[in-house]
Design a protein around this ligand. Structure first.
Ligand SMILES: [Zn+2]
Length: 497
């Protein structure tokens, strides 16, 4: 073991069996700006050694996120070593390269030992990762990446492909990985294809040529696809390999979060009907906090993944489109999750989704929204939910609001963008909501909207079955000064944690 690699070990019992799976973790490039964690699971049973990396390129987040999920998978044989965030500063800055490095060293995936050259890696963090790789003696090496476009549509990008080394081992499994992941993709042009051979200087090529590992680079595509979908594709491909190797059980591909965690386990819906910056802002709200935050899609929800979480957040966008993406089955899953004690947070669109006045809404919060369609002279038929572009409004906390959200006194600004104007629905069998905050100003575009927003509730809470439901009409999650208020609001939905 190289001295740059620190090491500590703890023993955990693998779930559902008595086999002692030994978990350990440590840091590579310790004490440098490139310091990053690695995790090892040793099944204690003879078997293959699989090494997985994510975040080699900082602007390819799905690989890092998938690796962070995969590291929690219980394994039955062999060893699994995962380094989720190899280029951590790049991931933080959302840039491909190693921040601050000169041009000839900035692409981490060109700094590994090249064909017919010395088996040494150039510079940090490549040299630190290379030492851990050598010490681990991997049979398989998997590097998780993303392209900017679908390779079948734009051949300049390697997006949606598996780039593997030649060899019998890969030949036996890569076609199967493609088949399984492609079965989840409807558009033939967006299906993954097999490419070869990993570029010179890449860690995948070096792991094969210098260490004898069967290597592959898995590439998803960033373009027009939510992170939940890209991480799911990575998980499915890796799971197919590990299942083929006899290392994991069926169904493990849907494990997104550890079964036990100190902090809140939060699912953030990011798929159909979600607008621009909501999920990204929620990442910022929880930066540096001890929580498990995972992006989830409608497919994941229908597959039952909410059981791994304490609460689910539906951010801004379109409530009706979120409902459509969930489909009837997904909506029922969400309702059951809340009914049985899960937390629900709806922000803007998510507060429409929770409402009780639409055919498509969940009916888990006893409010209706002001959304009539009105004939306006000389303008035409207009739906009243639309109030124009994003703009600041005034908001004030109620007494209960100050208890739950924190002592913010007086009136303050919050960003508003067509959030619901909420009022009592009076639905039977569902308790009335309580208001935590009140709008103290309003925005309107059409005459009938004037006076309908000011002094109405901006944030409301209620119960549905054993679960708690929080609806926020404006967007406090896009203002750093209000992050704490948002965290307090979200935490309220899970009283026992
Ligand atoms: Zn890449």
């Amino acid at each position: 073991m190289n001295r740059a690699v620190s090491f500590f070990i703890f023993v955990g019992l693998s779930f559902g069996s008595f086999s002692a799976e030994k978990l350990s973790s440590g840091l590579i490039a310790k004490g440098t700006e490139w310091e990053t964690s690695y995790y090892q699971r040793d099944s204690g049973v003879e078997g293959p050694v699989v090494f997985i990396t994510g975040g080699v390129h900082g602007n390819e987040p799905a690989g890092a996120r998938a690796a962070e999920q995969i590291r929690h998978w219980t394994i039955n044989k062999g060893r699994l070593i995962v380094v989720p965030k190899v280029n951590k500063p790049g991931l933080m800055a959302d840039i491909r390269y190693l921040p601050g490095k000169p041009k000839d060293l900035r692409d981490l995936n060109r700094n590994f030992p090249k064909t017919k050259q010395d088996p040494t890696a150039k510079d940090m963090p490549a040299s630190a990762l290379w030492e851990l790789l050598k010490a681990s003696k991997p049979d398989w090496f998997i590097d998780l990446h993303e392209g900017y476009d679908f390779h079948q549509i734009n051949s300049d990008s390697v997006g949606s492909s598996i780039i593997d080394v030649k060899g019998e081992l890969a030949n036996a499994i890569v076609p199967m990985m493609l088949e399984v992941v492609n079965a989840t993709i409807a558009d033939p042009k967006k299906k993954l294809v097999r490419l070869r051979y990993p570029v010179n200087g890449s860690v995948a090529r070096a792991a094969h040529e210098k260490l004898g590992a069967a290597s592959m680079i898995l590439e998803t595509t960033k373009k027009d696809q939510p992170i939940s979908k890209r991480t799911r594709q990575h998980r499915i491909m890796v799971h197919t390999l590990l299942l083929h190797l006899g290392m994991v059980n069926k169904g493990t591909a849907h494990v997104l979060a550890p079964s036990k965690a100190e902090g809140l386990k939060i699912a953030v819906y990011d798929a159909g009907g979600v607008g621009g910056s909501g999920p990204r802002n929620l990442d910022k709200v929880f930066t540096g906090k001890k929580v498990i935050l995972r992006r989830v899609g409608a497919v994941d929800i229908r597959a039952g993944i909410l059981d791994q979480f304490d609460l689910v957040i539906f951010p801004g966008g379109s409530g009706s489109k979120q409902a459509a993406a969930l489909e009837m089955e997904g909506r029922e899953v969400v309702k059951k999750f809340i009914d049985q004690g899960g937390g629900f947070v709806g922000i803007c669109a998510g507060a429409y989704l929770a409402a009780s006045n639409y055919k498509w809404s969940l009916g888990i919060s006893n409010h209706k929204t002001f959304c009539e369609t009105i004939d306006l002279p000389e303008i035409g038929r207009k739906s009243m939910w639309y109030r124009g572009a994003s703009s600041p409004v005034k908001m004030e906390l109620t007494e209960e609001g100050r208890k739950i959200l924190g002592e913010v006194k007086g009136v303050f600004d919050v960003r508003y963008h067509n959030g619901p104007i909420m009022s009592a629905m009076g639905k039977e069998g569902l308790g009335a909501f309580r208001s935590l905050a009140t709008f103290r100003s309003e925005v309107s575009r059409y005459k009938p909207q004037e006076g309908t927003m000011v002094n109405t509730p901006a944030i409301i809470v209620g119960e549905f079955g054993k679960g708690r439901v929080l609806c926020i009409s404006p967007h406090p999650e896009s203002t750093p000064d209000l992050y704490k208020l948002v965290r307090n609001a979200i935490r309220w939905t899970v009283p026992n944690k």
